[in-house]
Unconditional design. Structure first.
Lengths: 114, 113
């Protein structure tokens, strides 16, 4: 699985958009980008995933560059409850790899300030 | 209410004792996982199981053992051979399909005294 690089920490004002970057310059053609987050002392929570098209769901948007070497997770209107560690993970998504590992790095600590 | 339960939330044991952490899911998921998390770090995979009666070692399996006798249960035993067992332990499960979003339990914080 391709390695990812994320900033250690970021701050965001409540109500503003939070843009969390992730570099995955060695990503291969069949690898997907997943985002999870972990609120302090809780289990991680799945947010979104994508291959090459931009994706949006009720939690966030995922923007993947055309060369797929980086992506940005966007929380459009951050709230205090969005304060968490955000993990960007790259992995092949197929039935053959299903049920296998997710490799978590150290993620980005996002702090949303009032 | 569907989900993953881990018990207990906090667990204390004396050094040299084996301890078993419980993980139960009622999501009818095929795959289950155990991760370990140390302060300020990401999750590391201990063991995973894609189907009943089968499991594979993850990145840090030494000193741990698991069983998967039932689809809904995946207990983890931390043995006395684990050199530094104090950590936050997380269990997860997923459907066996390509988009295998993993659902995590609330975790068990184990402290070995």
């Amino acid at each position: 699985d391709a390695k990812t690089t994320q900033p250690t920490s970021m701050d965001c004002a409540e109500g503003r958009a939070a843009n969390l970057p992730c570099n995955h310059s060695t990503i291969s053609g069949n690898e997907y980008v997943y985002w999870y987050r972990q609120i302090h002392s809780q289990g991680p929570q799945y947010i979104i995933h994508g291959l090459k098209n931009n994706e949006t769901n009720e939690m966030a948007s995922l923007i993947i560059t055309e060369d797929r070497k980086s992506s940005t997770l966007i929380l459009p209107h951050a709230t205090l409850r969005d304060t968490a560690v955000y993990y960007c993970i790259v992995r092949v998504a197929s039935r053959e790899t299903s049920g296998s590992r997710l490799t978590f790095g150290e993620g980005t600590q996002l702090t949303v300030n009032p | 209410d569907g989900g993953i339960t881990q018990s207990p939330k906090y667990l204390f044991r004396k050094e040299g004792q084996n301890v078993t952490l419980s993980c139960e899911q009622n999501l009818n998921h095929d795959a289950m996982y155990w991760y370990r998390q140390d302060p300020g770090q990401g999750l590391r995979l201990i063991y995973y199981s894609q189907i009943v009666n089968d499991f594979q070692k993850g990145d840090i399996a030494e000193g741990y053992s698991v069983s998967r006798e039932k689809k809904e249960s995946f207990p983890l035993t931390v043995t006395s051979a684990q050199k530094n067992p104090t950590a936050f332990y997380l269990c997860a499960s997923s459907v066996h399909r390509a988009w295998d979003e993993q659902f995590f339990g609330p975790g068990t914080r184990l402290t070995v005294l």
